[in-house]
Ligand binder design. Structure first.
Ligand code: GDP
Ligand code: MN
Length: 378
């Protein structure tokens, strides 16, 4: 789950990382009032779950409340790479002497946390990595060992000013602690600024928390903005269906992530384009099939549905009954192609054949089923 900048900064601020004072605003009038309360120049910042807002015109300075209202009017409704701005963060403006970059991320490959720091902050980190890789310091932290002073020393080797360095050391320690305690997978502060007075402050925060850990962080779970998510993906989540929207026309249902992904590939091999990726999971109960079909039926782009089931724990006769039950309960006018293999596959095929549904096609192999589904979607 990605957090908005203001959510990330509020959490980090409460934990002890210095951030600027700010207020949320959803209308230009609220932006004006926020600027009045903050008394002084402000920054009007688009709150969207994507980076590079500055370049896209989503971050603007305003000298007074009237200007804040005008900038808010410009930014609200702006489309930043597919994210329409509906909320703003109005923050007391900072004077900037230097911009640094600091992040901690989960490095799955290494099985460790990865701290990154560069004094060349402000721009996107990918750009620093490509153009000036030596300027980017990377330090791995073993989760069993924890953060040690030597990690921080190595990370901040390039910061000559001792006053600055001491502040950043504390920020690194706090950030790492928050990262571990919150089950985050990414905490990025870019820029981490130094003011002309030598004060270090986080001006931006990009935080991602591991979805699988939200059950033990109810205070984080409730930060999810359901209005920003794809409504269909939210509908799927409520039904415990793993659903990822793609942009083709063949709806895909498989059991297990591996088989579902292979099915996506086979549809492409057959000349089609998948409309989604939908994983029934290992159980594949009749109720699960109904839930998944309910989700797919709501996707207007779906022109045919390909069911690809390999019965292991999942029994194909159970899946077949689920399909028939779903057809009885929901209004589906797109054709369904089914490939069943594995446990009780023969019984499953018989159940489907006996039902005599004109919209239901059974194919013996994965490739044959994919070709049929692609034909039917054309
Ligand atoms: P991003 O573009 O989505 O990463 O948004 P940021 O929050 O990082 O803002 C983009 C840029 O706007 C920063 O790198 C700063 O250069 C600038 N900026 C943001 N806040 C302030 C501020 O308070 N004062 C000044 N002078 N510049 C700011
Ligand atoms: Mn930034």
């Amino acid at each position: 789950m990605d957090l908005y900048e203001h959510q990330g900064k509020e959490l980090l601020g409460r934990f002890g990382i210095p951030v600027s004072r700010g207020r949320l605003a959803f209308t230009p009038e609220e932006a004006r009032r926020a600027a009045e309360e903050l008394a002084g120049p402000v920054v009007v910042k688009a709150q969207v779950l994507t980076g590079g807002r500055g370049k896209a015109g989503g971050v603007k300075l305003a000298a007074d409340p009237g200007e804040a209202e005008a900038r808010a009017r410009d930014i609200l409704g702006l489309d930043i790479r597919g994210h329409v701005v509906g909320r703003l963060w109005i923050e007391a403006a900072s004077d900037i002497a230097r911009e640094y970059y600091l992040s901690v991320a989960l490095d799955r490959g290494a099985g460790k946390a990865l701290l990154m720091f560069t004094t060349e902050g402000g721009v996107e980190i990918e750009q620093v990595a490509a153009e000036n890789p030596d300027a980017l310091v990377r330090v791995h932290v073993d989760p069993l060992e924890g953060l040690e002073p030597h990690h921080v020393r190595e990370l901040l080797d390039g910061v000559a000013n001792m006053g600055e360095r001491q502040q950043i050391e504390e920020i690194v320690e706090t950030l790492y602690r928050w990262f571990v305690e919150s089950d985050a997978t990414l905490c990025e502060i870019n820029p981490l600024i130094v003011t002309p007075e030598g004060v270090v402050r986080a001006l931006d925060a990009k935080v991602t928390v591991d979805d699988s850990s939200l059950f033990r962080h109810p205070e984080l779970a409730e930060l999810r903005d359901t209005s920003a998510a794809d409504p269909l993906e939210a509908f799927a989540r409520e039904r415990d269906v793993i659903y990822v929207k793609l942009d083709g026309s063949v709806g895909i249902l498989g059991n297990g992530a591996g088989l579902s992904m292979s099915t996506v590939d086979v549809v492409v091999v057959a000349g089609g384009r998948p409309a989604n990726f939908c994983d029934l999971g290992g159980g594949g109960s009749a109720a699960g099939v109904v839930a998944a079909l309910e989700v797919i039926a709501r996707d207007a782009q779906v022109r045919s549905i390909l069911f690809n089931i390999f019965g292991g724990i999942t029994r194909c006769d159970e899946v077949a009954r689920g399909i028939l039950e779903a057809l009885d309960t929901i209004d589906l006018d797109v054709p369904i192609v089914v490939r069943l293999d594995g446990t009780n596959a023969e019984a499953g095929r018989l159940i489907l054949a006996d039902a005599g549904k004109p919209n239901l096609h059974v194919e013996p192999t994965m490739l044959a089923a994919a070709r049929r589904a692609v034909d039917l979607a054309a």
